[in-house]
Design a protein around this ligand. Sequence first.
Ligand code: HPA
Length: 285
Amino acid sequence: MNSWTSAVEALRAALEGRFGAPPGTAIVLGSGQSEVAEMLAGGSPAVKVPSSDLPGIPGPSVEGHRGELIRPGEKDFLLVCGRLHLYEGHSAETCVRLVRALARWGVKNLVLTNASGSLRREYKPGQIVILDDHINLSGANPLEGKHVAGWGTRFPDMNWVYDLKLRKAARRAARRLAVRMKHGIYVQVRGPSYETPAEVKAFARLGGDVVGMSTAIEAIAARHLGMRVLGLSVVTNLAGGFGGKLSHDDVVARSKEMQPVLARLIEETLRVETLSPRPADRKRA
Ligand code: HPA
């Protein structure tokens, strides 16, 4: 083992020690989305662990991110409130350490949520975007560095990063709940500055629909270790150049407003995914 794999293994052992057997799904909640955890946990008694109690996880430094893991007793998922970002000065390897530990623990499905800015007027604040793919413009890749045998392949295939069945389940769930939703391509930038109007135009030309400062590197690490990934992005604002002023406080406020919808969508998606499709849904999906 080298230093990054031993850091992941130490974290995996800590997860096992605190929570026991792995849940089927882990849900990583983005900016202003931590209360989705309580909404999804319902009244179920839960084991709560501050991420500062876990080895190798620096505390979050950003308003709107709480560092806590919650395992509701009667549900088959773990909620991760708060993530680490490149713009906080962390390496990609540190940012994805928890995702890797979840995979090594045995978690099969990973739901990644985030807040994003829209690169196109059709993607409106208040909509949820099911990620079909991403463009990683963060300048970082969590797989850089020494390849360790047994930890995924050196050159992993990035076709279908976002699991088709989970995407379809999310779409069916959104239809059932009448949630305003679109499919789209997520561009990950490094941040922390928001994008200039010229960058926004360029990203849209490249094929991006929404932009944010997380998720793609986590999805890469998760796929590398064989997890199935669902990405759900809450559009909080039109990105730079559409006329509005951008502030993190507004992003977090908008994201918070959307929490009940996001919680219902995740709950219904996980329910739909474990059911066989209804004939009417099968035709539309
Ligand atoms: N740009 C980058 N990240 C974001 C944005 C944005 O406009 N909104 C929310 N996260």
